[in-house]
Design a binder for this molecule. Structure first.
Ligand code: MG
Length: 300
């Protein structure tokens, strides 16, 4: 069984230019909730001017909580600091995601702090979240390469994972933020990371910027990894490569798993309905080759 963590409503939409209405975002999340996906990252409690697409986090999460809260689906929200956690707690958020990076330059540009400083900031947030019974997930950005610092040493990635493990997060999503990872690099990294941290704690987050996402995911599956982040229809772009594709499409991950005889628990047609809805709203065609073929032929 492969678990797909759907990141379209947050990671995907955050990297789309057109700002969608709360109604449209909610409908997207509602459609996704019917697909069998068990984790749907919903929004981010960041300062509104920093990321306009996430400015309606309060209203959107309230609607999700009130209308979808009884489903068996988790709706994690990204939280950058204690202020964000307090907002999340006030709304009854049950799962949060924290984030850092392997690269000081990237972290500075992203959240104006070094990697070490992001951990100083996050430790009390994680403690407070756990005290309130929340599940805590973690993201490591620029795991395999940084747009400013180039290739990242595996020891740096391992250190960030270790620091998150020390915060007792339930899962760490290893993010290839700019889609730079190669299958060989992924394979070699997992030879170290899997024995060190165990497959149950590790999730992988690939971008398809250079067309390597599925090949990388296959390498991960072969190494025993069972959790992958993806966005419906391949929603999102890459802020560091104009016009490039973003997160690997949920449909692509679905198709790879299907071809390997691995179950995802996701209903393809319901997923395609959710993707088609949101792609129309952002005015984009999907970057997923599988989805394009499926929409044209109806053949899996
Ligand atoms: Mg992403």
């Amino acid at each position: 069984m492969i678990r797909i963590v759907e990141v379209g409503p947050r990671d995907g939409l955050q990297n789309e230019k057109s700002i969608l209405s709360t109604d449209d975002k909610f409908e997207f999340i509602r459609l996704l909730s019917e697909t069998g996906l068990k984790t749907i990252e919903t929004t981010s409690f960041v300062k509104a001017p920093a990321i306009p697409q996430m400015a309606d986090a309060h209203d959107l999460y309230t609607r999700v909580r009130d209308h979808l809260g009884k489903t068996e689906v988790s709706y994690p929200c990204l939280v950058p600091n204690m202020h964000g956690l307090n907002d999340a707690l006030a709304l009854g958020v049950r799962e949060i995601a924290l984030f850092s990076a392997t690269s000081d330059t990237f972290a500075k540009k992203n959240v104006n702090a070094t990697v070490a400083e992001t951990f100083d900031r996050m430790r009390p947030v994680a403690l407070e979240a756990k005290k309130n019974g929340l599940r805590v997930r973690a993201y490591v950005s620029t795991a395999y390469g940084c747009p400013y610092e180039g290739t990242i040493a595996l020891s740096k990635l391992a250190k960030v994972i270790e620091d998150f493990m020390a915060m007792d997060v339930y899962e760490i999503s290893i993010g290839d933020t700019t889609g730079i990872a190669t299958p060989k690099q992924v394979e070699e990294s997992l030879k170290v990371l899997v024995p060190q941290f165990g497959v149950s704690k590790l999730a992988m987050h690939f971008h398809d910027t250079r067309g390597m996402a599925l090949t990388n995911i296959l390498k991960c599956i072969e190494a025993g990894i069972t959790t992958f982040d993806a966005s419906a229809g391949g929603l999102g772009g890459c802020p560091y490569a104009k016009g490039a594709t973003g997160n690997v499409a949920t449909e692509d991950v679905w198709y790879l798993c299907h071809s390997l005889g691995l179950k995802t628990g996701v209903d393809l047609d319901k997923l395609v309905a959710a993707s088609s809805f949101i792609l129309k709203k952002v005015g984009k065609k999907t970057a997923s080759k599988f989805l394009r073929a499926y929409l044209n032929t109806g053949v899996v």
